[in-house]
Design a protein around this ligand. Structure first.
Ligand SMILES: *[C@@H]1O[C@H](CO)[C@@H](O)[C@H](O)[C@H]1NC(C)=O
Ligand SMILES: *[C@@H]1O[C@H](CO)[C@@H](O)[C@H](O)[C@H]1NC(C)=O
Ligand SMILES: *[C@@H]1O[C@H](CO)[C@@H](O)[C@H](O)[C@H]1NC(C)=O
Ligand SMILES: *[C@@H]1O[C@H](CO)[C@@H](O)[C@H](O)[C@H]1NC(C)=O
Ligand SMILES: *[C@@H]1O[C@H](CO)[C@@H](O)[C@H](O)[C@H]1NC(C)=O
Length: 369
């Protein structure tokens, strides 16, 4: 072996010495214009725009993911009216996740019965292509997380919104709201947005006959029994902890709760899941190298993640990490219980691999030993 100073000299000679990247290089304020590893802390600017009282942030964008997916959040005060007029997307599959607070989500595909649910923290609603949908924010401290596939849908919000900056990273701008009209674009504007894959469905009449958080109330379990992943192409809803669960014990306990599997995604070619990660994952973390881009958003606890040549980052609740295709990464928890939302481009992501290496499991908690 060469003495290390000789190695250093010889690599200096070839001009290949590069400073080891630091955490400062990994952490960004805004999603970058092409794929690279990065972390965006909760409430960082993230290309934020306001639309009336709603504040939208885009932590993974079309450009930052190679157009694989968009990951976004919406913080807004409670409202007496819809957050957007009813519409469909022909090309984009949209996913709604309650990070905190409460919102109501309506979805209807073709002639199927109109569905409505009240989503509280950790609940999920799936809106496949060509599904009429709308939402309404119901609590003052609400954050909706959205995953939209393929990436690039944020261009709609850039076009409609007003760029936002803040010295305090406040969740949204406090202001008196006027509930007498729908938030967001009016009927004529929303009807002119087809170039952004928004097709107005102004005849849609959101039902208000929810009982115990759901309508219809007779044919749907909601926080009362199991929720399955839905029929492909149809909207479906999974209450927090009531969906399918898998326990993986290969590298410390992890519970995978799939929200979109390859079957539901059809040709949109992605998957979505939550992982509940035990502290034992730290002992021997798996190194992952995936064919598609991936992102993590922390829902609870602290996620440790090491991406490419960057040092280990400690992500807190609401922080997002993005990993481009073919870049090696490991992740684990140093605290007792960490839960993340995981987005995979392609169907060979960590979620599917943990499921195939695990077993079905009936609980949101991992075993005692
Ligand atoms: C708003 O921000 C985007 C980047 O997020 C930028 O491309 C655009 O030029 C900005 N618009 C204005 C009016 O500042
Ligand atoms: C969505 O609807 C449009 C217009 O009817 C149709 O061309 C397209 O094939 C549909 N997409 C899917 C995935 O069903
Ligand atoms: C609220 O909006 C309605 C209808 O646009 C308008 O008539 C009313 O003056 C507004 N109120 C306030 C306080 O802005
Ligand atoms: C609503 O929930 C209450 C309390 O669990 C229950 O008694 C009632 O039957 C539910 N109503 C319907 C329509 O399911
Ligand atoms: C699905 O996504 C993966 C990862 O991005 C990619 O390698 C694969 O080619 C895609 N498959 C199709 C059919 O688009």
């Amino acid at each position: 072996m060469l003495p290390s100073f000789l190695l250093l000299l010889s690599s200096l000679g070839t001009g290949l010495v590069q400073a080891q990247p630091t955490l400062d290089d990994l952490y960004l304020e805004n999603a970058p214009s092409s794929p690279r590893p990065y972390v965006i802390p909760h409430y960082a600017n993230s290309h934020a725009v306001t639309i009336d009282s709603q504040l939208y942030r885009f932590t993974v964008t079309g450009p930052s993911s190679g157009y694989a997916f968009t990951l976004m959040s919406t913080n807004a005060p409670s409202s007496g009216s819809l957050g957007v007029l009813p519409h469909i997307h022909r090309v984009h599959y949209e996913n709604f996740f309650s990070f905190k607070g409460r919102f109501q989500l309506w979805a209807q595909k073709g002639d199927s019965e109109q569905q409505a649910r009240l989503l509280t923290q950790g609940d999920y609603g799936s809106v496949p292509r060509n599904t009429t949908h709308t939402f309404q924010i119901l609590d003052p401290d609400t954050e909706m997380v959205g995953v939209i596939v393929p990436g690039g849908f944020e261009d709609l919000f850039y076009a409609l919104g007003t760029n936002y900056t803040s010295g305090t990273d406040t969740p949204y701008v406090p202001q008196s709201t006027n509930d007498s009209s729908t938030t967001g674009p009016g009927a004529s504007t929303i009807s002119a947005l087809q170039k952004y894959d928004v097709y107005a469905e102004l005849d849609f009449n959101p039902r208000r006959d929810l009982v115990n958080g759901t309508a219809p109330s007779d044919a749907s379990e909601w926080h009362s029994g199991a929720n399955d992943l839905g029929t492909p192409g149809q909207p479906y809803f999974i209450a927090n902890g009531y969906g399918p669960k898998y326990l993986n014990s290969q590298h410390g306990y992890q519970i995978v709760q799939p929200l979109v599997s390859p079957k539901q995604a059809q040709d949109t070619n992605y998957t979505l899941a939550t992982f509940s990660i035990s502290r034992q994952t730290k002992q021997n973390p798996t190194q992952w190298v995936l064919a598609g881009a991936a992102a993590f958003e922390v829902l609870e606890g602290v996620l440790s993640i090491q991406i490419g040549d960057y040092p280990v980052a400690q992500l807190n609740m609401g922080d997002v990490a993005f990993i481009p295709a073919h870049v090696a990464f490991t992740y684990y928890s140093e605290v007792s219980f960490t839960k993340v939302l995981y987005v995979s481009s392609g169907t060979g992501g960590v979620d599917q691999q943990l499921i195939s290496g695990g077993k079905t499991w009936d609980f949101v908690a991992f075993p005692k030993y």
